[in-house]
Design a protein around this ligand. Structure first.
Ligand code: HEC
Ligand code: HEC
Ligand code: HEC
Length: 274
């Protein structure tokens, strides 16, 4: 009974404090400026140009260099308007009038006026980022594992990454369970299957990574040493050694790789199924 009350309390707690992340859908047109449609990252490049331009305006206004301030204000305007040309749906989010007023205020060397319009324009940058930047990060910059297939070294079959991870995790658990149950041969079999699958994971890295360096972060010298020690412990049925090596592997291989890849995978999956 007490447990039940605790459970209810915990649910209320988590409901009242839970926050839903809202991931807004992005306009379809935006995809034209990202792989696979374009490798040039035109939209991100435009953003960097805007960022440089707005700093160019502000720093020159502060210095009282009105000639250069005007040059940067015009550059800012030209690029700011490009947002609406590249992504039609976003045209209405732009503060075009304030942009025009900024150019004029700079032309008439009006410091207070210029700064006010810079502020207004900056607000439109911040507002759009609040609404869409996270969605863009997930949609265009996070790994897509949907197409990743990986040959299972135990069965020889092609597995999805999900099935592969599940099979490997099962080996990891079963080698311990069999050992605790005193079934040494079965434990050995699960242990060796785990090691094969662990080593087999590196097949997929080159789907997305072009250098070996990334691979070595999770599958480097230390990981190799641990696998060698694990292999010996599995052969000899040494539970304490097995646990010790698995703990290291969990913390330094599985968890670290999950922090980088699985978190993004889960976000992307949630976004995709919306
Ligand atoms: C590439 C780096 C990488 C490494 C190294 C890695 N994983 Fe994963 N793992 C992933 C990704 C990506 C997913 C998300 C895919 C999915 O859930 O289908 C995942 C998902 C999982 C899942 C959830 C599967 C499900 O039901 O959806 C388990 C369990 C798992 N991994 C176990 C492990 C274990 C155990 C290890 C270490 C021995 C490990 N992983 C090492 C990338 C990795
Ligand atoms: C109508 C929407 C919109 C407006 C307005 C907008 N941006 Fe962005 N901006 C984005 C989106 C979407 C991203 C995320 C792009 C990505 O990560 O691929 C972004 C990202 C950025 C980035 C980060 C780029 C990176 O490499 O991650 C900078 C810097 C930036 N914007 C500057 C600006 C400035 C300065 C302004 C205003 C003068 C502005 N943006 C106005 C939509 C907008
Ligand atoms: C489906 C694509 C995909 C696969 C498969 C994949 N990665 Fe990644 N990985 C990424 C992306 C995307 C990033 C984020 C950085 C970037 O954009 O390059 C990343 C980041 C990393 C990082 C962080 C350092 C860096 O380069 O930014 C490491 C380390 C890494 N991956 C290792 C691995 C290893 C090891 C494997 C194989 C077991 C693997 N990855 C498999 C897509 C992938």
């Amino acid at each position: 009974m007490r447990l039940f009350v605790l459970f209810i309390l915990m649910s209320i707690f988590s409901v009242s404090y839970g926050k839903n992340i809202k991931l807004r859908d992005l306009p379809k047109e935006l995809s034209n400026y990202y792989p696979p449609k374009s490798e040039k990252m035109e939209f991100v490049e435009l953003m960097h140009t805007l960022s440089v331009s707005i700093t160019g305006v502000v720093s020159n206004i502060k210095e009282g260099d009105w000639q250069n301030a005007e040059k940067w204000a015009k550059r800012l305007q030209e690029n700011y308007l490009k947002i609406g040309k590249m992504v039609k749906k976003w045209d209405k989010l732009l503060k075009k009038e304030d942009m025009e007023k900024l150019v004029n205020a700079v032309k008439s060397k009006d410091k207070a006026g210029s700064m006010e319009f810079v502020q207004n324009i900056s607000k439109s940058c911040v507002q759009c980022h609040k609404n869409y930047q996270l969605s863009a990060k997930i949609k265009f910059h996070s790994p897509n594992f949907n197409k990743t297939q990986i040959e299972d070294p135990v069965s020889g079959l092609e597995y999805s990454i999900e099935d592969y991870m599940k099979a490997m995790t099962n080996d990891m658990k079963m080698m311990r369970i069999h050992l605790i149950d005193g079934q040494k041969n079965k434990a050995r079999k699960s242990g060796f299957n785990f090691i094969k699958r662990f080593e087999g994971m590196t097949q997929m890295c080159k789907d997305c990574h072009t250098t070996k360096k990334d691979e070595e972060i999770y599958f480097g010298i230390e990981a190799n040493k641990r696998i060698t020690a694990l292999r010996e412990a599995v052969a000899n049925g040494e539970l304490i050694q097995i646990k010790k090596q698995l703990k290291w592997i969990s913390q330094n291989n599985c968890s670290k790789c999950h922090n980088v890849h699985q978190t993004l995978y889960l976000l992307k999956e949630r976004f995709g199924s919306k």
